[in-house]
Design a protein around this ligand. Structure first.
Ligand code: ADP
Ligand code: ZN
Length: 730
C-alpha cells in the first residue's frame, strides 16, 4: 500500500518520500531541471503542460507521481515499440507496469485487466485509438485512475510534422475524466503546436513548464565537406564501438555508404522508407540491442528511437532545414553523456536541395522551403556559437558568450583584415549595377573568360581580374560572409542576385573596417575531452557483461543499465554492494538483481591489474591533443598573466582561455588555480562536486548561484579531479 504523500489539505507534500521513491526505484538522487516542480503540480491535481527537449527526463514527470499516488496512471503513447521499452524499463526497476495494445493476445489483455481491477498495476500504457473505444472507456471508468499522461502530445496537432489522426479523438478525454489531472508532454518547440495541444486537450488552466532546449551534452560542429568518406572514416576510427546514426540525402546513398562501411569492418546497416517493413524493424532492433553500431539512414529513421546511448549523429549531406537538423541531432546523447553532432557541409548539396524545392507546386510552400534552407546555410556558414544560433532560431535567448561545446567556440576561426577584399567585392557589385549572382562576381574578380562575362563586356571593368590572390572557392566564401555580416544582401530564391545594403557604403568610403574568416585550411575534427575520465577497458568488460545478461533476457542492454551508469562504475570502481548502490541509475531492484554480478566483475578487474582506482586515461588521452594554441596560453600563464590578460593579449574570449587552462590542468600541467578562483569559492565548488547525483555544469551552477561562473566551476572541477586522481596513485 502506498504511503500518502499529500497531507489532509492536499497542499503540502512529504517531498522526502518523493526523493526516497526516486532513489528506490530509479536510483537517482536528484531531479533534473523542472522535474520536481512538474511533479509537485501533478500531486496538487493540476493539469500540466511539459515542454522538454529529448533527454530532458519527461517520463519521470509522470512515472514518479504514479508511484506516489494511489490508483493507476494511464499513459497514452503513440508507438507500440516505445510502450514495450518503457514497460520493460519500469519492470526492471521493480515497478508494476503494463501496456495494452494490438500486439497482445485477447487472453493476455484479460489478465492485465483483472490486475488493473485489483489495483495491482501502477502504470498502464495504452495506444490513443484504444483509449477512446466505448468498451475500453467504460472499463477505465471502473478503475481508480490517479493521472492521465499524454506522451508525444504534439501528435494531436496538424501544425506539427508528426500529426496522427488517432490523437484527435483525445479531444474528448477531458469530458470523460473531468476530475482527473491531465499532463501533456512534448519536445516540439514550435509555439503554434504548443498552443494547439493545450486547446485541443482542453487542459484546465494548466501549469506550463518549458525547459531550456539547450542540449548541454551535445557537441555541434560543421565541417566543410571535402572528401566526405575519408572525413567520416577519420572520425569513426576513434569511435569504433560507439552507436551512431549517419543521415544521408537519398535512399541510394544510404545503401552505398552502409555497404562501404561494412567493407571497412563496421557493423552498419541502411534504413529508408524503400525497404521492406519487416527488414526495417529488424534493423532497428539490431541497433537497439547493440548488435550493430551504425545506422545509415534517410530522414525516415528516427521516430520512436528511444535508444539512450547514441554517441554521434552525422549529417553526411546538408539537412533541408534547422527543425529537421535539431530533431535529428537531438537523438544523440539522451542519457546525458557527451555526444557528437557533425555536419558535412557543401554548396553542392545546397544546389541539390534547391532542385527538389523547385519541383514543389505550391508557391508559398516553395518560398518557405527556400527561406528555411537559407537559415540552414546561415547556421553552417556562421562564425558565432552554433548553440546560440540554434537556440535563437527556436526563440530562446542563450546568454553565455562561449558554450565550450561547439566548433566555433572551441576553435574560433581566425580572422583577417578583410577591408580590401570587401572593397573589391562591393565595388564590383556596384559596377555591374547589382544585377548578377555570386558566381558571376567571382568570375569577374578572378578574370574568367566566360561567355556570359564577355557578352556583358565585364572584362572591361576595372575590377576584372583583380582577385587572383584567392581561389574561386575563397571568393565565394568571402561574399557569403559579407552577406552574413549584412554588408551585402541576396535577392531572389533559386538564383539570388547580390545587392548592396546600407552597410556597403561604409566600406567603400573607407569609414569601416571588416574582419573576415581566414580562408580555411583543413581543421581536424575536434575530439571530446571530458569523456575519458573512466577506465575504458573496464567499461568494455561491463558492457560485455551487460550484453550477455540482456541477450539472455531478450532485452536491449540499456534496459539493464545505461552507459552513464556503467561509466560511473568504471570511474568509481565500487567494491561492494553499498558502494555500488551509490552509482546513478542503480535502484533497489537492479541492485538486487545485478549488483553481485557487476561488483564481482569490477573486483576481479581491479585485483587482476592491481588497481587502486587509477583513472589516468584522461592524462594520456589529452597529452595527444595538446595543440599549439594551448601551448601559447600555457606560455602566457607561465608569465604570470591572469586569464583576462591572456585573453586580451591573444584577442580571444575569456571563456576560451579558461577552457584552455582547464585542458592544461587535465593534461597534467602543473597549474595553480588560486589566482583564478577565490579559495572560499573553490571550497564551495568542491563541496558541490562531491554531492552524488547530477554532475551537469548547469545544475551545479544553479545550486551555487550567480556569484559563480561556469569557468570557475570547470576550473575547480578539473583541478579537483586531477588532484584526487593523483592522491589515489600514491
Ligand atoms: P525524454 O523522454 O524527455 O527524452 P527520458 O525520460 O527518456 O527523456 O530521460 C532521459 C534520460 O535522463 C534517461 O536516461 C533517464 O534515465 C535520465 N533521467 C531522468 N530523470 C533523471 C534524474 N532525476 N536523474 C538522473 N537521470 C535522470
Ligand atoms: Zn558554442
Amino acid at each position: 500500500m502506498k504511503r500518502e504523500i499529500r497531507d489532509d489539505y492536499g497542499k503540502h507534500f512529504n517531498m522526502a518520500l518523493a526523493y526516497q521513491t526516486l532513489q528506490k526505484y530509479f536510483g537517482h538522487t536528484s531531479f533534473l531541471p523542472l522535474q520536481e516542480d512538474v511533479i509537485k503540480d501533478i500531486l496538487l491535481k493540476n493539469d500540466v503542460f511539459v515542454l522538454m527537449p529529448t533527454g530532458g527526463g519527461k517520463s519521470l514527470c509522470y512515472q514518479l507521481p504514479a508511484l506516489l499516488l494511489d490508483g493507476v496512471t494511464i499513459v497514452v503513447s503513440p508507438l507500440i515499440a516505445l510502450m514495450k521499452d518503457q514497460v520493460d524499463g519500469l519492470k526492471a526497476n521493480g515497478v508494476d507496469a503494463a501496456y495494452i495494445n494490438s500486439s497482445l493476445s485477447f487472453d493476455k489483455i484479460q489478465t492485465i485487466k483483472s490486475k488493473l481491477l485489483e489495483n495491482r498495476i501502477s502504470i498502464l500504457y495504452v495506444a490513443p485509438e484504444r483509449i477512446m473505444l466505448p468498451d475500453f472507456l467504460s472499463f477505465l471508468q471502473r478503475l481508480n485512475i490517479s493521472l492521465i499522461a499524454i506522451d508525444e502530445a504534439h501528435c494531436i496537432s496538424e501544425w506539427g510534422h508528426d500529426f496522427r489522426p488517432e490523437y484527435r479523438q483525445l479531444k474528448s478525454l477531458k469530458e470523460h475524466f473531468p476530475q482527473i489531472p491531465l499532463v501533456a508532454l512534448t519536445a516540439t518547440a514550435i509555439p503554434e503546436v504548443q498552443k494547439d495541444i493545450i486547446t485541443q486537450l482542453k487542459l484546465a488552466d494548466p501549469k506550463i513548464y518549458k525547459a531550456s532546449f539547450d542540449r548541454e551534452n551535445l557537441f555541434y560542429q560543421v565541417k566543410p565537406k571535402d572528401n566526405a568518406y575519408h572525413q567520416l572514416w577519420e572520425y569513426l576510427k576513434n569511435h569504433k564501438r560507439d552507436s551512431g546514426i549517419i543521415y544521408c540525402f537519398s535512399r541510394k546513398s544510404t545503401d552505398d555508404l552502409s555497404s562501404k562501411l561494412r567493407e571497412d569492418g563496421y557493423r552498419a546497416l541502411p534504413y529508408h522508407a524503400g525497404l521492406d517493413s519487416d527488414l526495417r524493424t529488424e534493423t532497428q532492433d539490431k541497433f537497439r540491442k547493440d548488435d550493430i553500431e551504425i545506422i545509415v539512414a534517410t530522414i525516415a529513421f528516427g521516430m520512436g528511437i528511444d535508444k539512450p546511448n547514441i554517441r554521434f549523429v552525422i549529417h553526411y549531406d546538408l539537412p533541408r532545414n534547422l527543425e529537421g537538423y535539431y530533431q535529428e541531432t537531438g537523438r544523440a546523447g539522451r542519457d546525458g553523456l557527451e555526444s557528437d553532432c557533425i555536419l558535412f557541409f557543401s554548396y553542392g548539396d545546397k544546389v541539390k536541395i534547391e532542385y527538389f524545392i523547385g519541383q514543389k507546386e505550391d508557391e508559398t510552400e516553395k518560398r518557405i522551403a527556400y527561406d528555411k534552407l537559407q537559415d540552414m546555410l546561415n547556421f553552417c556558414e556562421g562564425r558565432t556559437c552554433r548553440r546560440k544560433t540554434l537556440l535563437n532560431y527556436f526563440g530562446e535567448v542563450y546568454h553565455e558568450t562561449n558554450c565550450g561545446k561547439c566548433d566555433n567556440c572551441l576553435e574560433p576561426k581566425e580572422t583577417v583584415d578583410g577591408t580590401i577584399i570587401a572593397q573589391k567585392i562591393i565595388s564590383c557589385v556596384s559596377r555591374i549595377k547589382e544585377r548578377f549572382g555570386v558566381n558571376h562576381i567571382v568570375d569577374i574578380l578572378c578574370g574568367s573568360r566566360s561567355q556570359r562575362l564577355i557578352r556583358n563586356r565585364h572584362d572591361t571593368l576595372t575590377t576584372y581580374g583583380i582577385g587572383k590572390e584567392y581561389t574561386r572557392k575563397q571568393w565565394q566564401a568571402f561574399i557569403r560572409e559579407l552577406v552574413q555580416l549584412g554588408y551585402l544582401r541576396l535577392d531572389g530564391d533559386r538564383y539570388p542576385i547580390v545587392k548592396l545594403s546600407e552597410k556597403s557604403h561604409g566600406i567603400l568610403s573607407e569609414k569601416e573596417m571588416v574582419l573576415l574568416t581566414k580562408p580555411a585550411e583543413e581543421v581536424q575534427i575536434a575530439q571530446k575531452y571530458f569523456d575519458e575520465s573512466f577506465d575504458r577497458e573496464l567499461f568494455e568488460n561491463l558492457r560485455g557483461l551487460r550484453k550477455r545478461l540482456a541477450d539472455a533476457e531478450g532485452m536491449p542492454p540499456y534496459i539493464i543499465f545505461h552507459d552513464s551508469t556503467l561509466k560511473a562504475m568504471a570511474s568509481h570502481f565500487p567494491q561492494n554492494l553499498s558502494d555500488f548502490q551509490r552509482m546513478d541509475g542503480v535502484g533497489e531492484s537492479k541492485l538486487e538483481k545485478y549488483g553481485e554480478l557487476f561488483v564481482e566483475e569490477i573486483r576481479g578487474y581491479c585485483k587482476e591489474r592491481n588497481i587502486e582506482p587509477k583513472p589516468t586515461s584522461v592524462h594520456s588521452y589529452l597529452a595527444k591533443t595538446t595543440t599549439s594554441t594551448l601551448q601559447e596560453t600555457l606560455e602566457l600563464y607561465k608569465q604570470d598573466l591572469t586569464i583576462e590578460e591572456i585573453a586580451r593579449k591573444r584577442n580571444l574570449a575569456i571563456s576560451t582561455i579558461a577552457s584552455h587552462i582547464e585542458k592544461l590542468i587535465l593534461s597534467g600541467e602543473e597549474i595553480s588555480i588560486d589566482k583564478f578562483v577565490d579559495i572560499d569559492k573553490q571550497k564551495q565548488i568542491v563541496r558541490e562536486l562531491s554531492i552524488p547525483g547530477s554532475k551537469r555544469w548547469a545544475s551545479i551552477k544553479e545550486r551555487l548561484g550567480d556569484d559563480y561562473t561556469y569557468e570557475e566551476i570547470r576550473l575547480v572541477s578539473a583541478y579537483n579531479y586531477v588532484r584526487s586522481a593523483a592522491a589515489e596513485l600514491i
